[in-house]
Ligand binder design. Structure first.
Ligand code: NAD
Length: 284
């Protein structure tokens, strides 16, 4: 089957980035969300990102309009009946994703591959609730999607070789570099990254240093382009907490316990850039 139309579920931080990248590379995109306001915000983010790239001459001047014209937005998941490939990017909650995969399995054409952008939930479990487990896979983009080159491709226990080959090819067609990873909590990226971020939050919680000082240590000392606390704000503190909880309960190992300060900030609704306040404050 020729893949022309990509369905993206979720128009948040990751979903709108994924929609932008596929549309920029010539695919038609259906972007869905349960919230009409989230769709509006997602489209506005895509427009702004494309205009910024065009103003820096990273993409042609006519690309923003052409890319936006290939994206349609909807609150009706039924519209995915015409998608040729689906990437799910809704909030990091296992029950929600399981329910969504059941629905997508019922709605989408039988030959369609269903991919999840989950940061940590086992793809094997998502595959198991569908009648097409060999066609379920992880396609884990990095944030911000239009700028980051890596896509971690996660093979569930059930994933067929053809499914892997198709997703690897798609990743290359949107100018990303795919890396093959086996299915385990957090895969490789978040198994390594999130405990580092969590430890930086513990350092702040224990009063070892200010957020700026902690980030400066990692930037100047370890050559990280961004400090762990600024990165947590970019990722979203709710997403960070969800991932730590998946690692903690999944491996049943106390070394993954989320820092109490992270939990408290999520309780306060201080989720990072998306709410204007996290470890730093941002103009909305
Ligand atoms: P987000 O909170 O910014 O966006 C999630 C969106 O999903 C929201 O707009 C919400 O309205 C929508 N949604 C919720 N339930 C839905 C449903 N049933 N159908 C359709 N839409 C629904 O979250 P995000 O940061 O974009 O994360 C999305 C996924 O990507 C998560 O699985 C996360 O772990 C993963 N991820 C996030 C990052 C990151 O840096 N933020 C990086 C890689 C992967």
């Amino acid at each position: 089957m020729e893949i022309k139309t990509i369905g993206v579920v979720g128009a948040g931080t990751m979903g709108n980035g994924i929609a932008q990248v596929f549309a920029y590379h010539g695919f038609d995109v259906i972007m869905s969300d349960v919230s009409a306001a989230a769709l509006e915000r997602g489209l506005a983010t895509i427009k702004k990102s494309l205009e910024r790239l065009a103003s820096k001459e990273k993409i042609p001047v006519d690309a923003p309009a052409a890319t936006l014209a290939r994206i349609c937005s909807t609150t009706r998941l039924e519209d995915f009946a015409r998608a040729d490939f689906v990437v799910e990017a809704v909030v990091e909650h296992e029950a929600l994703k399981l329910d969504l995969f059941r629905q997508l399995d019922g709605l989408c054409k039988p030959e369609v591959v269903l991919a999840s952008n989950t940061s940590s939930i086992p793809i094997t479990r998502l595959a198991a609730v569908t009648r097409r487990p060999a066609q379920v896979i992880g396609m884990h983009f990095m944030n911000p999607v239009p700028l980051m080159e890596l896509v971690e491709i996660i093979r569930a226990l059930q994933t067929a070789d053809e499914t892997y080959a198709l997703v690897e090819d798609l990743a290359r067609r949107i100018a990303k570099t795919p890396v093959e990873v086996k299915d385990a909590y957090g895969f490789v990226s978040n198994r390594v990254l999130m405990p580092m971020i969590n430890e930086a939050i513990f350092a702040l919680h224990e009063g070892l240093a200010t957020p700026e000082a902690i980030d400066t240590v990692m930037k100047l000392g370890m050559n990280h382009p961004m400090g762990p606390l600024a990165l947590a704000d970019l990722i979203g503190l709710d997403t960070c907490l969800n991932i730590m909880n998946v690692l903690y309960t999944g491996f049943n190992d106390s070394k993954y316990r989320p820092c109490p300060l992270l939990k408290q900030m999520v309780d306060a609704g201080w989720l990072g850039r998306k709410t204007g306040r996290g470890f730093y404050t941002y103009d909305k």
